[in-house]
Design a protein around this ligand. Structure first.
Ligand code: ATP
Length: 445
């Protein structure tokens, strides 16, 4: 009854992939320009009904891999508004800068390390000398704007883990090697936010600080390079679009003894998704010196006292979500008609199941409610009742829903429904009684 021809081979991806994905995000409610009714606001974005689901699934997949499925990593959610002392000790107040240049012709400002001496706006080479521009957002905590009330919006989540090192150690009784993980917003006053949500001033990070005995640092650095690389592959980034790039010694941050980036092949070229760094004992020593508190581990078994080294996998949630969208976007043909389809891993897809009654007639409503009631506790469901079934399948394909469950008039008689798979468009008819088990098994839940 709901039959449709199978899907043919993917067609070549369009040159304007980026534009298509940005349009799709707006049109289908993934990402909206912020304050759009006022003309937008400085490269900020709001995550719509589908975007909030996709972003949450990216963060959940990270948390599952980094915290839930391990016994050596615990979570933290530290404050975003933070004390200047933290950033003084970490080196951010003096070092967290980008080189800023002005174009003397058109007066645009640029990040010198991203433009090769030519103004991207007017082509002029007449640029000012680069000067260090600090990327931290400064604000005031309390009603008086004075030096004593200065606070910063955190530019990374990592420092929350370092300043809570002793709290976590004492309350969890963990011993190195162990990690503290955090997902949350960070803020950087980027000189040139660009490429949609790739670089924004407000964004989300997924970071983990893994504390290890100093002589094991290199081993754990390599271990996390492997783990993190595999995470992206496992969730569907094709291997030819993913690479590891080791930093040259002159590229390393002030705290790092080794860094490698996981890079994705974006439409504009290879660019960073995540940095994995050996931060040594830099942060714990710096906070210890500045606060006067001992930040170290005492091993009762050996009576040994030491400051652990830290291996840090630091990923961007919003940037990674964008990479998943770009990697998943595809076009193929079904019955001679072009369709666009997001081949998202079911764990990431905003909806896992769409419930589609064949007709809006009241007769199908009770069964539709029953099926929804069975599926909603196990996964995110969309209910779509308008337009032809073919159009509804296309709408679900376009947002990546892996399964459609169609309820027709026969369903009332035989208590069976049709389950249709996104990528192949294959359909099978299944008894409602076995539906939950079937969807669970297909989703691996
Ligand atoms: P870049 O060189 O691109 O400015 P970075 O090397 O300074 O980034 P890190 O400090 O290592 O970035 O931050 C870890 C991760 O946080 C990055 O890999 C990226 O995914 C994410 N991230 C950093 N800055 C931004 C931003 N402005 N917008 C979105 N994501 C960001």
């Amino acid at each position: 009854m709901t039959e449709e021809p199978g899907a043919d081979q993917s067609t070549d991806l369009p040159n304007d992939l980026m534009e298509r994905v940005v349009n799709l995000c707006k049109r289908r409610g993934f990402i909206f320009p912020s304050a759009e009714i006022y003309g937008g606001f400085r490269s900020t974005y709001d995550y719509g009904p589908l975007g909030v689901l996709l972003l949450r699934n990216v963060k959940d997949a990270w948390w599952r891999a980094m915290v839930q499925c391990r016994d050596d990593v615990v979570g933290l959610d530290a404050a975003i508004l933070s004390a200047p002392k933290i950033w003084e000790a970490s080196g951010h107040l003096s070092n967290f800068t980008d080189p800023l240049v002005d174009c003397r012709s058109c007066h645009e400002r640029w990040r010198a390390d991203k433009i090769d001496g030519t103004c991207p706006n007017c082509g002029s080479h007449d640029l000012t000398e680069a000067r260090a521009f600090n990327l931290m957002f400064k604000t005031f905590a309390g009603p008086v704007e004075e030096d004593a009330t200065v606070a910063y919006l955190r530019p990374e989540t990592a420092q929350g883990m370092f300043v809570n090192f002793m709290n976590v150690l004492q309350t969890t009784r963990k011993k190195p090697p162990f990690g503290i993980a955090q997902v949350g917003k960070s803020f950087r006053n980027e000189i040139t936010p660009q490429n949609f949500v790739f670089r924004t001033r407000e964004f989300e990070q997924m970071e983990m600080e893994y504390f290890v005995p100093p002589d094991e640092a290199q081993k754990w650095f390599e271990y996390w390079l492997d783990e993190r690389f595999r995470w992206y592959l496992d969730l569907g980034i094709p291997p030819e679009k993913l690479r590891l790039r080791h930093h040259d010694p002159d590229e390393l941050s002030h705290y790092s003894a080794g860094t490698a980036d996981v890079e994705f092949l974006f439409p504009w070229g290879w660019d960073e998704l995540e940095g994995i760094a050996n931060r040594t004992d830099f942060d714990l020593l710096a906070h210890s010196a500045a606060s006067g508190e001992k930040l170290e581990y005492f091993d009762q078994a050996t009576s040994e006292r030491y400051v652990p080294y830290v291996i840090e996998p630091a990923a961007g949630a919003t940037r990674t979500m964008m990479a998943f969208l770009l990697a998943a976007y595809d076009e193929d043909e079904v019955g001679g008609e072009k369709r666009s389809v997001l081949r998202l891993d079911p764990r990431l897809a905003p909806y896992q199941v769409a419930v589609l009654p064949l007709s809006k007639k009241d007769t199908l409503e009770p069964l539709t409610r029953e099926v929804l009631g069975l599926l909603q506790p196990i996964c995110m469901c969309d209910l779509d009742v308008t337009q032809s079934i073919g159009k509804r399948y296309r709408r679900q394909d376009e947002v990546g829903t892996p399964y459609c469950v169609t309820i027709d008039f026969e369903s009332i008689e035989d208590r069976a429904v049709t389950v249709r798979e996104r990528d192949t468009t294959d359909q099978v008819r299944l008894p409602i009684d076995g539906l939950v088990a079937e969807i669970r098994s297909r989703l691996g839940r």
